[in-house]
Design a protein around this ligand. Structure first.
Ligand code: FAD
Length: 386
């Protein structure tokens, strides 16, 4: 393996792999991607892999809509022989307060402007056409979008990773980047557990570990790791009207639950967690998730849980990604802070980054994602997140 490249990417999650692919597709193939575990071993392989277009801010809705278009043809797009498992069974978003219902109506206007086929759902009757077993007690309203769904996070990452490799990118797994190297205000490469590699550009996609790496050259990236947990049940017969039950999600009660095509239910709740790299499972999560979710869907009582796991959200102050060109080491680009929705927006973030590096036009302004927004107050606010 060579030890000098044009670009080094740190992190083999969906973000690092999709960026490697998009750059290689544009002819920038002299790239080394370094991953300390295996591809998708971080948050990507632990995520619910939900893909929704029902966002409240135009920016998030745009990122999600345009990413969904890529997910819809990801195998063909990347030349992947496997199945990325996209299942557009829909998302039912439930409003649990009057204020939330008012917000949902504003959200619909944003979504419709972008062509998202979302709509209000009548709670008296129509809601059961989507989720027959839902408990509507205490709900103010709901919206549904059929094109929302989920995919297989491993296959999606492998599709990008293998596509990048086929185009000439080198991928080094089980190798940790231990230090960034810089000289004279410029990035020069990385030190790893398998030796030193040189490059005039390093793209830091190490999720919760990205701020620690960036800090080595003096960059302050305000992103903090936070544990989030999920569980999966035994498979059962489809519980949706025409197949598996769509995703049911509540921002107010902070939960999501969906049935996979295989019949298992995947679910998670957001808990109040301290800043930490702890990614161990807890019985408290198991107890609380089961209680919150069986209240919303009593028919799930009695289902057996087969596995639970934990991963890290990389939380930014406004819960939106940071794309930051270093002000201290030219050539260093840090991309993190996806705050729990990085899987579903990664394809479009990757094209945005690739356009910028390759000097191609993009209707989105990459500078909006800089940490400068925390100084200027131009935050990327999103009203609807779990
Ligand atoms: P990662 O997948 O974490 O990749 C970063 C990689 O960098 C890791 O593989 C890590 O091993 C590697 N790395 C770190 N440090 C180093 C180093 N020094 N050297 C080499 N490699 C290094 N998002 C959605 O869109 N929809 C969802 O439904 C959803 N559900 C989620 C549920 C849970 C329980 C969790 C934890 C997350 C969820 N997310 C969801 C968020 C999503 O998983 C992340 O936003 C996304 O995967 C981030 O991708 P990434 O490539 O930046 O990070």
């Amino acid at each position: 393996m060579k030890n000098h490249y044009e670009i080094i990417i740190v992190g083999g999650g969906i973000v690092g792999c999709s960026i490697a692919f998009e750059l290689a597709k544009r002819g920038l193939t002299d790239i080394l991607l370094i991953e300390k575990g295996y591809l998708a071993s971080g948050a990507t392989g632990r995520c619910g892999a939900g893909i929704r277009q029902q966002w409240g801010s135009e920016l998030n809705a745009t990122l999600a809509v345009e990413s969904t278009h890529i997910f819809e043809n990801l195998e063909e797009y990347t030349g992947y022989k496997g199945n990325c498992g996209l299942n557009q069974a829909g998302y039912l978003l439930i409003a649990c307060t009057e204020k939330e219902w008012d917000q949902f109506q504003l959200n619909l206007a944003v979504q419709h402007k972008l062509g998202v086929e979302s709509h209000m759902v009548d709670l008296e009757k129509e809601v059961y056409d989507y989720v027959p077993f839902i408990n509507t007690q205490g709900l103010y309203g709901a919206t549904f979008c059929q094109k929302d769904g989920h995919a297989d996070p491993f296959h999606c990452t492998f599709a990008y990773g293998e596509g990048a490799k086929r185009l000439g990118v080198d991928i080094l797994t089980y190798t940790e980047v231990t230090a960034l190297k810089s000289a004279g205000g410029k990035i020069t490469g990385v030190e790893t557990t398998k030796g030193s590699f040189e490059a005039p550009m390093v793209i830091n996609c190490a999720n919760g570990w990205a701020p620690g790496l960036a800090a080595q050259v003096g960059d302050e990236i305000p992103v903090f790791p936070e544990r989030h947990q999920a569980l999966v049940t035994e498979p059962v017969a489809p519980m949706g009207p025409h197949g598996p039950m769509p995703m049911v999600m509540s921002f107010h009660r902070r939960f999501y639950v969906q049935q996979t095509p295989h019949g298992s239910f995947i679910m998670g709740i957001a808990e109040n967690e301290p800043v930490s790299f702890n990614s161990r499972s807890s019985w408290q999560f198991l107890e609380e998730a089961c209680s919150v979710i069986t209240h919303a869907l009593p028919a799930l009582r009695g289902l057996r849980v087969v596995r639970q796991w934990a991963g890290l959200y990389d939380m930014s102050p406004d819960r939106n990604p940071i794309i930051e060109y270093s002000k201290h080491a030219e050539g260093l680009l840090t991309i993190c802070g996806f705050s729990g929705h990085g899987f579903m927006v990664a394809p479009r973030v990757a094209t945005l980054v690739a356009h910028d590096i390759c000097n191609e036009a993009d209707p989105l302004d990459i500078k909006r994602f800089s940490v400068d927004r925390y100084r200027t107050g131009e935050l990327l606010l999103e009203p609807s997140v779990v």
